[in-house]
Design a protein around this ligand. Sequence first.
Ligand SMILES: CC(C)(COP(=O)(O)OP(=O)(O)OC[C@H]1O[C@@H](n2cnc3c(N)ncnc32)[C@H](O)[C@@H]1OP(=O)(O)O)[C@@H](O)C(=O)NCCC(=O)NCCS
Length: 217
Amino acid sequence: MNDIVIRLETESDYREVEELTRNAFWNVYKPGADEHYFVHTMRTHPDFIPELAFVAEKDGAIIGNIMYTKAWLEDEAGTRKEILSCGPLCVAPEYQRLKIGKLLMERSFDVARKMGYDVNINFGNPGNYVSRGFVSCKKKNVSFYQKGNYPTALLVCELVPRVLDGKEWMYIASTAADCCEDVAAVEAFDKTFPDKEKKWMPSQEEFYIYSHSSVVR
Ligand SMILES: CC(C)(COP(=O)(O)OP(=O)(O)OC[C@H]1O[C@@H](n2cnc3c(N)ncnc32)[C@H](O)[C@@H]1OP(=O)(O)O)[C@@H](O)C(=O)NCCC(=O)NCCS
């Protein structure tokens, strides 16, 4: 895997990244996928951070990518701190579990720290993130929607160790992903790609459980 280059996304990569995202997410979290539409619209959202949109390239083909938006944490006094939210993150199915996701995270974390960011939050499958420094939001006192609500899938990574210590926080997400609630727009965009069969996969039930549960103790 020595011939993998991690570099910033350019405008000429956009469609290839959307194709990759569609293929990597297809049927994983729902029959079909909407993450490619999220990627497509995110780039014009004010919370998008182009300096952290990285691709993994091998032999001239894009085989992985990671993107970020701004998000916020609010303390008990109502003071807001700007943080990062990563995602989508994906690797082409034929290259998964070869540490390319790890490379994308490590490179983007390094740049994020240099930009002054100290926290990264992701709503995702814990299995993909706990070995990369992410912990349950409960361990960092980060609530979502209401105080004391700690979603199982809400994962917190301190880019600077212990930076969240000593306070209780409320997570405020970007509105960037709200575009996916427009099912007709997602469908119309998806039709610009080749047909692909939508079907049920066990990973969908697994993520339903993670995304509809909370850590209570
Ligand atoms: C999630 C994803 C980006 C990970 O990228 P990757 O290059 O395959 O991952 P890596 O090889 O860097 O590491 C994966 C981590 O997942 C876990 N993992 C590894 N093999 C695994 C397996 N067979 N099953 C479940 N988890 C596994 C481990 O925690 C591993 O960390 P480790 O290096 O400490 O063992 C990629 O699998 C993907 O694109 N999946 C589909 C889209 C997706 O779900 N994106 C994330 C949104 S939450």
